[in-house]
Design a protein around this ligand. Structure first.
Ligand code: BJW
Length: 238
């Protein structure tokens, strides 16, 4: 195995599945009983913010209880024991990467434990309920807080930084994402174009499969720790 210097790890809902969290597009998916357009779009939030807040307040309770699994912990090990710049670009709004003590985490689709004030841009960090009566603790405006979740039609967070990481990485790992949602779905293409070796860890082959050099099929909680151990072992062989 090569020795890598700059590694980007893209994660999706599948990395949290073994922590008991539902993915989005499985049969019992996260949006079960809810229409995507009602709870995950700018228009849905504008139409009925109270409904959207209720949805995310409920999800927040569930995510707060979840614990990181072996896949999150494998990233911790890699970041501790492998001498490279290793960034975690996550589409997940849960905080399992933080709970596993991963470093250099970029939540491109937002975070469940944050709300953003649409009046002044202040980010409120809380696991408590947020709603249409919440007052911003910076500008004191009431009713302008939005869950800090990137809805369809909104720009992603940290994209300038992420673009730089993608164009300079020599290893790109995609873990537990269906590759359906853009622009995250195109990150592998960018990384590959700029010369990175690309790996996909998933239960199944995704629609993005032609951009991956290697597919590692199976639950990430098993496949990723084995892969990380091999990477660390390869250091002593070089
Ligand atoms: C395991 C496993 C185990 C299970 N081990 N694996 C270009 C072309 C077409 C459309 C667009 C485009 N560019 C932009 C768009 C529009 C849109 C889009 O992508 N639409 C598509 C649906 C076609 N994108 C946007 O609007 C984005 N914004 C944007 O592009 O801004 C610029 C712009 C603005 C205005 C106009 C045009 C452009 C924003 C996207 C925001 C996504 N937000 C969400 C929801 C947040 C709300 C919520 O939390 O409820 O983020 S969508 C949802 O999907 C969530 C996720 O982060 C995201 C990705 O899902 P993920 O993580 O891949 O989960 P799943 O369930 O799909 O897959 C899980 C995978 O894990 C599966 O493959 C399993 O097999 C696997 N797995 N267990 C390993 N144990």
């Amino acid at each position: 195995m090569n020795i890598y210097k700059n590694i980007v790890i893209l994660t999706g809902a599948g990395i949290s599945a073994e922590s008991g969290l539902a993915t989005f597009r499985s049969s019992n998916g996260l949006w079960n009983n809810h229409k995507v357009e009602d709870v995950a779009t700018v228009e849905g939030f504008a139409k009925n913010p109270a409904y959207v807040h209720d949805f995310y307040n409920e999800l927040k309770l569930e995510l707060a209880k979840a614990k990181p699994n072996n896949a999150h912990l494998a990233i911790t090990k890699l970041q501790k024991e492998y001498p490279a710049n290793i960034s975690v670009v996550t589409q997940n709004v849960d905080t399992l990467h933080e709970k596993a003590k991963n470093k250099n985490i970029f939540h491109i689709h937002g975070q469940i434990n944050q709300a953003v004030c649409l009046n002044c841009g202040h980010i409120l960090e809380t696991f408590d309920d947020v709603g249409i009566f919440t007052t911003c603790n910076k500008c004191n405006t009431q009713g302008m807080m939005k869950p800090n979740i990137v809805f369809f039609g909104e720009n992603l967070l940290y994209m300038d930084k992420v673009e730089k990481l993608l164009t300079t990485c020599d290893l790109f790992l995609s873990i537990g994402t269906s590759g359906i949602v853009f622009p995250a779905a195109s990150f592998v293409q960018t990384a590959k174009y700029y010369g990175a070796k690309t790996y996909e860890f998933n239960l199944e082959t995704t629609s993005n499969n032609c951009y991956f050099d290697e597919h590692i099929k199976g639950p990430a909680g098993t496949t990723l720790p084995a892969f990380v151990d091999n990477m660390i072992k390869s250091l002593s062989k070089n």
